[in-house]
Design a protein around this ligand. Structure first.
Ligand code: CP
Length: 348
């Protein structure tokens, strides 16, 4: 059976996830001298429905250094846009079932980023698009961020936390919503991180204004994993309370699920979304907020960051900022994921 990488934060057991984390850290230590050729002559197709700097560059660079070939396909230009049956346009789109079978007859994996506008902003629609690819693909499908999960980011995040904090059991992570002048960031990053963090035994405080609650199914799954690992999950609607005593503060913006459409063809409630964002402009992590955290606590963000809105410049540029180590770890996390999926022996 083909092993896909769609929502590993949700589907992998906690021990398996921790084993992958250890393998990824080990793969990083051996990179690049002792990992060259790990994916020699393997080809992966990359489909980006949304913009990307880190994901695109790190996957392409990593695969090249492991000896493989990256072929980037733009779903909106140069190929027929892969579409599900209810969104087909003659000679403009091509059914996902057909694209998946064709690409998997040529190469070794298909990696996809899709969230937001390309899926009509209906929560879960982008994830279903990836699932449709996986249903028809004979080779692994890798989630490079959908509307529910960003597993490559989460693996890089917990790698960074492990490197900075050492053992993670019982360490306190605050995942906080933050204000941005754009409402377009999906909930994928906090949801994947919450699941990954509790699997490593971290105590997580989620801080957000009430309109920014995460998916209740993800919250329930996180609670279940926490029950297995002994991790604790706490929710607060007060940024200062959330940050107080934290060993790591991960503050970023995400959209309100309550203001997204329920069905295809419906519009985002942009006025309502804008209003709940503007009511919480003070949710910005600055040096005063960081002083509430534990001594030597770090600040994390997946990037791109909206400086002066999500976080102040001085925090991003301070020694407490771990954001560029996180970005670097995207390369190493994804190298390990590609090796794990295409050539499992190379991870041991
Ligand atoms: N963090 C992240 O996924 O960055 P990009 O959007 O640049 O890929």
């Amino acid at each position: 059976m083909t092993c896909h990488w769609l929502a590993p934060d949700l589907t992998m057991s906690a021990p398996d996830y921790r084993a992958l984390l250890s393998a990824a850290l080990s793969f990083k230590r051996r990179y690049p001298l002792h990992t060259e050729g790990a994916l020699r002559d393997r080809t992966i197709y990359f489909l980006f429905y949304n913009a990307s700097l880190r994901t695109r560059s790190s996957f392409q660079t990593g695969l090249a250094r492991l000896g493989g070939n990256a072929i980037v396909l733009d779903p909106h230009a140069g190929i027929y846009t892969p579409a599900l049956p209810d969104a087909e346009i003659p000679y403009t789109t091509e059914r996902v079932a057909d694209v998946a079978r064709v690409l998997s007859s040529y190469g070794d994996a298909i990696a996809i980023r899709m969230y937001g506008a390309p899926a009509g902003w209906v929560y879960g629609a982008a994830h279903r698009h990836l699932e449709a690819f996986a249903e028809w693909s004979q080779v692994p499908v890798i989630n490079m961020e959908c509307d529910r999960f960003h597993p490559c980011q989460a693996l890089a995040d917990v790698m960074t936390l492990r490197e900075q904090l050492g053992g993670l059991t019982g360490r306190k992570l605050c995942i906080s919503w933050a204000y941005s002048g754009s409402w377009h960031k999906p909930v994928a990053v906090p949801q994947s991180l919450l699941l990954a963090a509790v699997k490593t035994g971290m105590d997580v405080t989620l801080a957000y204004p009430p309109p920014f609650a995460l998916d209740s199914h993800v919250m329930a799954a996180a609670a279940q994993f926490a029950g297995q690992t002994g991790a604790r999950i706490r929710v607060t609607h007060d940024l200062r309370d959330g940050v107080t005593g934290a060993h790591a503060v991960y503050a970023k913006s995400w959209c309100s699920l309550n203001h997204l459409p329920q069905h295809s063809g419906e519009a985002v409630d942009e006025a309502g979304m804008h209003a709940v964002f503007e009511r919480h402009r003070d949710w910005c992590v600055d040096a005063d907020i960081m002083r509430l955290a534990a001594p030597n606590a770090g600040y994390l963000h997946c990037l791109p960051v909206d400086r002066g809105q999500e976080v102040s410049d001085d925090v991003v540029e301070s020694p407490a900022s771990w954001v560029f180590r996180q970005a670097e770890n995207r390369l190493h996390a994804q190298n390990a994921v590609m090796a794990h999926l295409l050539n499992p022996g190379s991870l041991t």
